[in-house]
Design a protein around this ligand. Structure first.
Ligand SMILES: Cc1cc2nc3c(=O)[nH]c(=O)nc-3n(C[C@H](O)[C@H](O)[C@H](O)COP(=O)(O)O)c2cc1C
Length: 384
């Protein structure tokens, strides 16, 4: 058994994978992935909110073969799980984007490629046979934006996920202290990090520092010393409005999802604009510290939308039972970010697959123990 395989075999939970990732990565990179904004209140609340939701199990249903399949945006997915868009993943593992997308495809799940990925969208589409969605950060340069959207359509991405909660880069103080940036800056801290994490440093030297491949030539090298969040934030169009979204709805021929929603009135307005999915998110606690935990936001949004459009929720999903809780409260699927990136940081594609397998196994177990034979019946767990 290879060293990485034996480490994965001993990782029984996402928390175990997180600890392994922490060991393998320099502190600067681990904290970029793991951390949140300011006092990290929303980061902690996201998790606490999922933990607070309790299930009232049902009994005497046939749960011998729990069925996790679900329809999502009119297609069948093997489980109600989507991979959330994550930029800068190649700080964690070479070709991490492709590794995670292949793991998702192997499990029959959609993968969302970030505008700020380190893999160009065309390279990704060539490398992966699976359902691919493209996440759009609305850039200040509208014509560059239009090119991104056209490229995504031409490359075969079936859905466009427009992220609307990054009007500015969140104040992530761990990153400010660590000076984490793309391209990587060779500071004394980075050199020491590299020396104390030789496996990671060797990979970085062999593959070179990650770049933002989709926006090459747009972000430039200027302000190279800004943190990743600040650099991304200053490139985005904080004036993007409801009218702009409505135009985008008319232009994009595929499914349109809006990510970063927390208020039920916004969810209702999005539905009336004809979006295909409302994606509840506070960016995993990385943007507005003090934003509502997503699991708290979910019931009111699900009630407002009353099944008219699919609801996706992310931020804080670390256990299979969280997925069952989200389904019970009216979400069609969860999206996972760090959970799968911790896996990839430990062992690339095998690690990402392992992370997804943990979540799916836990989901099936919690379905059995709560008497729900099919995930589409999870609402039977609601008391009223
Ligand atoms: C390292 C990292 C990079 C991220 N990059 C993006 C991004 O480029 N676009 C985006 O919409 N969200 C981004 N997010 C937010 C995720 O899409 C998602 O909302 C969040 O990770 C969900 O919380 P979780 O990590 O607790 O699952 C990023 C998150 C992380 C951890």
């Amino acid at each position: 058994m290879k060293h990485t395989d034996s480490r994965l075999a001993k990782a029984f939970s996402i928390a175990d994978l997180r600890l392994l990732a922490q060991k393998r990565l320099p502190q600067t990179v681990f904290e970029f992935i793991d951390g949140g904004a300011e006092d990290e209140i929303t980061l902690r609340d996201n998790r606490a909110a999922f933990e607070r939701i309790k299930i009232t199990p049902r009994i005497l249903n046939d749960v011998s073969a729990p069925d996790t399949s679900t329809s999502l945006l009119g297609k069948e997915a093997k489980a109600p799980i989507v991979i959330a868009p994550m930029g800068s993943c190649m700080l964690a593992w070479p070709n991490a984007d492709i590794a995670i997308a292949r793991a998702a495809a192997a499990h029959g799940l959609p993968y969302t490629l970030s505008t700020m990925s380190n893999t160009a969208m065309e390279t990704m589409a060539d490398a992966v046979q699976g359902e691919l969605w493209f996440q759009l950060y609305v850039l200040k340069d509208r014509s560059f934006n239009e090119q991104l959207v056209e490229r995504a359509w031409a490359a075969g991405y079936s859905a466009l996920v427009v992220t609307v909660d990054l009007q500015a880069g969140g104040k992530r103080e761990r990153d400010l202290k660590n000076g984490i940036s793309i391209p990587l800056q060779i500071s004394l801290k980075q050199v020491i990090s590299g020396m104390t994490h030789p496996g990671w440093a060797w990979q970085m030297l062999r593959h070179g520092s990650p770049q933002f491949q989709n926006v090459k030539g747009y972000m430039g090298q200027q302000n190279a010393d800004l943190t990743i969040a600040a650099k991304v934030g200053q490139s985005l169009d904080a004036a993007f409005s409801w009218e702009d979204l409505s135009r985008l709805r008319d232009q994009w021929k595929g499914k349109l999802l809006v990510k970063g929603v927390e208020h039920p009135l916004d969810a209702a307005r999005l539905a009336s604009l004809g979006v295909d999915s409302v994606w509840i998110s506070n960016h995993g606690g990385r943007q507005l510290d003090g934003a509502l935990a997503t699991a708290v936001a979910l019931p009111a949004i699900a009630k407002e939308l009353a099944g008219k459009v699919d609801v996706i929720i992310d931020s804080g999903v670390r256990r299979g039972v969280d997925i069952l809780k989200a389904r019970a409260l009216g979400a069609q699927a969860v999206a996972v970010g760090r959970a799968v990136l911790f896996g990839a940081a430990v062992a690339g594609e095998a690690g990402a697959r392992h992370a997804l397998q943990i979540l799916i196994d836990e989901l099936q177990l919690s379905m059995k123990l709560s008497g729900v034979g099919a995930v589409k019946n999870a609402q039977a767990l609601l008391m009223s």
